[in-house]
Design a protein around this ligand. Structure first.
Ligand code: SAH
Length: 385
């Protein structure tokens, strides 16, 4: 099929196994409208694949296929269909995860009868209607809500969607994660509504919580705290700074009959952790789930200091025998680097911790071996001994 050609520079072989093409990889590109499909060839004119091209961002093309096929409605039906078929039927699930599902630039999350779609590239934003149709074919009679990330939209140059794509659905839904219920109000909050990558880790927190005082740091809508309280925690303290997240946390705690045993502190977690230490508080379960401190590689040193600081504080707040669930969602921070930071923090805190489990993102965020960026969430379950 005829689409403009993008030729790679000699020696730029990475696109043969990794879907990302940066401007610096490109020798030349034909006359292509921003967001339209290009056929990618290497310096020897060998076919590499096809993807949407955008001259605006540095990451100018993400390959969607390595076959000579059109990127049309049928393509999306096949790809989305395969992604949905890989998931177990569930009320709450990531149905499509970008590179991990061979659909770079597209995220789709199921919340009951609603699927929330996030487009991260101009090409994918242009294909929204085909994506919605494909989701409906694969996932049943769902209402599709568009909720694009404004940062990605600005970078790529498109108007971020925030609304129903073709027909309206309910304003909110109550979804279940094991024994816990969450209310998701469409168009509100971060990501597509919930941080689905932490689903299995929240269930784990629930199993560790019987009888403990829990501390949920960077709580968002109190996901970990709700699981801890459902799992029998005596109390939970949530630290969060976003008013919208705090409103959602109050609602979720009430929904799980846990409001009386929970308290939310509105403030900067770095400061509140220090204050809790001054107050001599101790917790049997602490969750540290910060936002990505290193969004860019250049920010790694500052990020390491941030991770070390919160981990050091949390370790000092652990009761004897207590559990620390600590995470980093920066893909620039490797497992080894994260563990090193935690090791430094433990040494400074003077606390002995056993590594009980190494944790990652939920299984419906599949990892591609040749695309290390697809494994971004890492965590440790540590036990104070
Ligand atoms: N654990 C949550 C997800 C956490 S996302 C869950 O399972 O749902 C990180 C959260 O940290 C966001 O809600 C963000 O608003 C909050 N946050 C970011 N910086 C913060 C700070 N300095 N102090 C307190 N909260 C912060």
């Amino acid at each position: 099929m005829a689409s403009p050609v993008l030729r790679l520079k000699r020696g730029r072989d990475r696109p043969h196994w990794h879907p990302w093409i940066f401007k610096g990889d490109v020798a030349n590109v034909g006359d292509v409208a921003p967001g339209a499909a290009v056929t990618v060839i290497d310096a020897d004119s060998r076919f590499v694949g096809r993807g949407f091209f955008n001259p605006r961002p540095t990451l100018c093309c993400r390959l969607l296929t390595r076959d000579d096929e059109a990127l049309d409605a049928d393509f999306f039906r096949r790809r989305v269909g395969a992604a949905v078929a890989r998931r177990a039927e569930a009320d709450l699930a990531r149905l499509v995860w970008s590179e991990g599902d061979g659909l770079p630039g597209l995220v789709a999350d199921r919340y009951g009868a609603v699927v929330v779609v996030q487009c991260l590239t101009l090409g994918m934003a242009n294909a929204r209607e085909a994506v919605a149709a494909a989701l409906r074919t694969a996932a049943g009679d769902v209402a599709v809500f568009g909720m694009d990330d404004p940062v990605a939209a600005r970078l790529e140059g498109f108007a971020p969607a925030r609304g129903w794509l073709d027909r309206p659905g309910p304003a909110s839904a109550v979804v279940h994660e094991g024994p816990v219920a969450f209310r998701v109000t469409f168009g509100m909050g971060h990501k597509t509504g919930l941080y689905l990558d932490q689903r299995e880790n929240r269930l784990l927190a629930g199993r560790l919580a019987a009888g403990v005082e829990a501390l949920d740091v960077f709580a968002y809508t109190a996901g970990f705290a709700c699981h801890a309280l459902r799992g029998g925690a005596a109390g939970a303290l949530c630290l969060e700074s976003s008013p919208e997240a705090i409103a959602g946390a109050r609602e979720n705690l009430a929904l799980n009959d846990a409001a009386e045993r929970a308290r939310i502190v509105d403030g900067n977690a770095f400061d509140v952790l220090r204050q809790l230490q001054r107050d001599g508080r101790r917790f049997g379960l602490i969750v540290l789930d910060p936002p990505p401190f290193a969004r860019r590689r250049e920010a790694l040193d500052a990020a390491a200091r941030g991770y070390k600081d919160i981990n050091l504080r949390a370790m000092r707040l652990l009761a004897p025998g207590g559990w620390l669930l600590t995470f980093s969602c920066s893909h620039h921070v490797s497992d080894a680097a994260f563990e090193e930071v935690c090791r430094d923090a433990a040494a400074d805190a003077g606390v002995t911790l056993r590594v009980v489990e190494r944790l990652s993102q939920s299984a419906d965020h599949p990892v591609l071996l040749t695309v290390p960026e697809t494994r971004y969430l890492k965590g440790l379950l540590l036990e104070a001994v």
